[in-house]
Structures are given as structure tokens and as C-alpha cells.
Design a protein around this ligand. Structure first.
Ligand SMILES: C[S@@+](CC[C@H](N)C(=O)[O-])C[C@H]1O[C@@H](n2cnc3c(N)ncnc32)[C@H](O)[C@@H]1O
Length: 466
């Protein structure tokens, strides 16, 4: 046996220029210090100390939590020397932020090993860079506007669409824009006379303020049944496929786009609707969400006209014919691939073909959504997770669950119940009901090859060239 020792970065580094600069200097020094040491190896994404798979220094400092391991009792002092030296250099660059700990002396580390392992797994591929929302964030990595907790939007007239939500500040991808409780929720009742009566009863029970807010919402179907038509214009389903709709004082002011910059999701634990930015939104830009069910523009426009009574004039629908045609081709292809991926027989008997389809779909989503594809990727990577786990491939299942988790956390928040469920599957893919239906691709969750560059890792992940 032995005792654990090392240093943790507390708080972890930001993606700001200052932290990046210090991390680069620290790595440069470490690299030079060990350049002739055959125990220290330069990998595509990190510096590896060969003694232990936990002793890695990633090139992306914001991912780093810990440099530490167990020093066996029989260690001659060699391993301890490496850890002490790197820890000392870290304290030179980062001061007390490089928190040195030693369990043998009764000083435990700051982070749990689960978090450390997760951070280490993330070293294998580079993150796509975030666009800073302010100069302060560019330099310091923190966003003073979000710390002030000011509303990030205001309700304004938007040309051709009535009112809409417009960003007051730059909003980062993954930022929560608004979380709101519904004024009321209602079942989707097809008989509008019954619906009108039930809504009248519900409205009467609301405080006067809420009644006024409801009645001030836009009604795209003026006529005899104002309550149900306000619902028809403004309701958002409380979760995917839900037959209950929610009406909101502010969220119901958000207009539709077929290429939206925000994503709406229902938080069933809190009974809130959340809106997250799915790409960087510039101050002054309109905030939009999707009301459509996908498909090429003719299908989307038909659905929006039938269900909501408006002709969409979003940036895609009103683009030049050749651009629209390319988008339509991609959307058509997305539908075909979606259907093929969901075919259980293929998942079971032609899983490699399914993987190929999933990879093709990732590519198309990237082209079509230009950086705002996280809501789609969250679902797609979960599908690939399922394909992997059906065939007992825990290593890839975990990597895909991690990608699904990241995309979902960015689009729906870390506390969303579905995000948390996927996080658990990422920790232990065998919890999924379909684990082990086939043993075709059996692997353990740690059987991930280390030290591959990004292309090699992708090839491994998608089972190319096997
Ligand atoms: C939920 S409301 C959104 C807020 C509404 N614009 C308002 O003034 O309160 C939906 C209505 O907004 C308008 N709208 C939303 N997205 C639109 C778009 N992409 N193109 C044209 N009109 C749109 C339509 O009149 C639609 O029925």
C-alpha cells in the first residue's frame, strides 16, 4: 500500500487569457524540465508521466483538476520527487490556487476521484472554443454581466412578428437566458368549446395580475374563442411529446426560427420552462426557439401555418433559393437517417451500418446548424450510446454518453433530470436496460486507448477501419 499525494487546482482555471497564459508558461517550464526524461512523454493533448495514468497535464488548462497519485510504501523517493517538483512549479505560477495535499499527512485532496477521472477523460479531445461575451470574460474568463443577475433580454417589437425577445447583452452559448413558471398549464383538448369553458374556470382562479398577463398575450386566431386561441398561439409542451401545454408571461413572447439560437426545455423537478442559448447571441439580436418538428421547408411551413397560423420568415425560410435548396436537401437527409437509426432490427443485426448513419448525421447537423446543433446532438449521441451498450461496448458507450451529457447540459442545463440520468449512465453504462443484449462488441469502460490524436480517437470511437 501507500498514500496519495499531489496538487489540485482550486478553483479550476478559466478559459480566460490570463489563466491560459499562466498554464502555457507552467507547461513550457515542465516540458523543458523533463525534455530528456524517458518517463515523461508528449502526447497530442497532454504531457504524460508514465508512472500512472492519472499523472497527466492537459494542454487545455481549464480541464485540469488534479496531478496526483498513490505513492507506494516501497517507492525509493523517485515518484514522490516527480510529484513534489511539478507541485512546486505549479505553486510558483498559481500560488495557493495550486493546492498541495498529502493524505499521509492527514491533508486530503479537494476533488473527488470521480470528478478527477471525468476531467482526465475530457483531455482526449479538444473543446470547441467558446466565444467570450465581454472583454472581461476574454481576459479573466468570468462574465461580470451574468454575475450581476440582470435580465439578459427585453421584450421589443420585431419587424413582421409582433413582439419578441431581444438580447440586451452578449449571451454565451450554454447560458440560461430565462427560467419561468407557467401562468397556467392545460391539456391539449381537441374540442374547443370544452377547452374554452375549462380555461375560463382556470383563469378565474388566477390572481388578477396573471389574468391580465394571459389576456395580453398575442392571439393569432381572433374570433369567438379567445382563451383557447391564446393557448393555441402561445402554449409550449411541458416536455417532449407532452400533451400538457404551458403559457408563460415572457417565454410566450419568444418567436420561432427554423435555425434558432436558443432551446426551450421543461424542468419537471421545478415545474419551470428553461431557455438556454445554443450559440453565442450578440447584444441586440432576437432570441428565437423552434416551434417546428423539422423536415424540409415545405413541411415546416405547412406545420407552422396549420398549427400556429403564420408564414415563417426566418433566416432559412427567407434565404436565396440555392441556399434554401441545400438546406432542404440536408433536412430531408436528416429525416431519412433519423428513421434508419431508430430501426431496432438494424441496431441489433447491422450495428456498424447504424454507427455509420449516426456519424453521417453528426456531419449534416454540423453543416445545417452551424454550431447550434447541441439539442440534436444530445439525442443523437444518446442513440449511439444505446447502440454501443446493446452490444456491451462499455468503453464507447461511456464516451458517447459523455458527449450526449455535454450537449444536453449545454442546451438544457446540468440539473435537468434527463441530463442527470445521462450523467449516471456515463458513470456506469451497465445501468442501461439494454446492456448486454448482445456480446458482439464487448469491452470494459476503461478500455479506451490513450494518447491518440483527435483523428485517431474519432476513428476508434466510430469503429472505422475495423
Ligand atoms: C408565441 S407568439 C410569439 C410572440 C408574439 N410575436 C407576440 O407578439 O407576442 C407566436 C406568434 O408570433 C409570431 N411569430 C413567431 N415566430 C414567427 C416567425 N418566424 N415568422 C413570423 N411570425 C412569427 C406569429 O404571429 C405567431 O403566431
Amino acid at each position: 500500500m501507500g498514500s496519495y499525494t499531489g496538487f489540485d487546482m482550486v478553483p479550476r482555471l478559466s478559459e480566460g487569457l490570463l489563466d491560459k497564459h499562466n498554464w502555457e508558461k507552467f507547461l513550457k517550464f515542465t516540458r523543458e524540465r523533463y525534455q530528456d526524461d524517458d518517463q515523461v512523454e508528449m502526447k497530442p493533448n497532454y504531457i504524460a508521466f508514465k508512472f500512472d495514468s492519472n499523472l497527466l497535464l492537459p494542454f487545455e488548462g481549464h480541464k485540469f483538476l488534479r496531478f496526483g497519485t498513490m505513492i507506494p510504501n516501497e517507492d525509493s523517493g523517485k515518484l514522490r520527487n516527480y510529484i513534489d517538483t511539478v507541485s512546486r512549479v505549479a505553486t510558483v505560477w498559481f500560488g495557493s490556487r495550486a493546492y498541495c495535499w498529502d493524505e499521509g499527512s492527514g491533508l486530503p485532496g479537494h476533488y473527488g476521484w470521480d470528478d478527477v477521472q471525468r476531467s482526465i477523460r475530457s483531455y482526449e479531445s479538444f473543446d470547441s472554443p467558446n466565444t467570450p461575451t465581454t472583454t472581461a470574460q476574454l481576459v479573466l474568463g468570468t462574465d461580470p454581466i451574468s454575475e450581476l443577475n440582470l435580465p439578459l433580454y427585453e421584450i421589443q417589437p420585431v419587424s413582421g412578428k409582433g413582439q419578441g425577445l431581444v438580447a440586451r447583452f452578449n449571451i454565451a452559448k450554454g447560458q440560461l437566458i430565462i427560467s419561468e413558471k407557467p401562468l397556467l398549464t392545460t391539456l391539449n383538448i381537441t374540442n374547443t368549446t370544452t377547452m374554452e369553458k375549462q380555461l375560463a374556470i382556470k383563469l378565474r382562479k388566477l390572481p388578477k395580475d396573471a389574468q391580465r398577463q394571459f389576456l395580453s398575450l398575442h392571439n393569432n386566431f381572433p374570433g369567438k374563442q379567445p382563451f383557447s386561441n391564446i393557448v393555441r398561439t402561445n402554449a409550449l409542451p411541458c416536455g417532449p411529446g407532452s400533451t400538457t401545454g404551458g403559457i408563460y408571461p415572457t417565454i410566450s413572447r419568444i418567436n420561432h426560427s427554423c435555425l434558432p439560437n436558443a432551446h426551450n426545455s421543461w424542468d419537471s423537478a421545478l415545474g419551470h420552462e428553461n431557455i438556454y442559448a445554443v450559440r453565442f447571441i450578440k447584444a441586440g439580436e432576437e432570441i428565437t426557439i423552434p416551434y417546428d418538428h423539422g423536415g424540409p421547408s415545405d413541411e415546416r411551413r405547412r406545420h407552422l401555418k396549420d398549427a400556429f397560423g403564420f408564414d415563417c420568415d426566418c433566416s432559412i425560410c427567407s434565404s436565396q433559393p440555392d441556399k434554401l435548396q441545400r438546406s432542404d436537401e440536408r433536412r430531408h437527409q436528416m429525416k431519412l437517417l433519423d428513421a434508419a437509426i431508430g430501426d431496432g432490427f438494424r441496431v441489433m443485426y447491422s450495428p456498424k451500418d447504424c454507427l455509420k448513419d449516426c456519424q453521417a448525421l453528426v456531419q449534416i447537423l454540423e453543416e445545417e446548424f452551424e454550431g447550434s446543433q447541441d439539442p440534436h446532438l444530445a439525442r443523437l449521441y444518446y442513440d449511439v450510446f444505446q447502440i454501443s451498450i446493446v452490444h456491451s461496448d462499455q468503453a464507447r458507450a461511456r464516451a458517447f454518453a459523455e458527449r450526449s451529457y455535454k450537449a444536453r447540459a449545454a442546451a438544457e442545463g446540468e440539473n435537468n433530470l434527463e441530463t442527470v440520468r445521462i450523467q449516471r449512465l456515463m458513470e456506469d453504462p451497465t445501468r442501461h436496460d439494454s446492456f448486454g443484449l448482445s456480446l458482439k462488441w464487448r469491452s470494459l469502460k476503461n478500455q479506451v486507448p490513450r494518447g491518440l490524436d483527435s483523428d485517431e480517437f474519432e476513428k476508434w470511437l466510430w469503429r472505422q477501419g475495423k
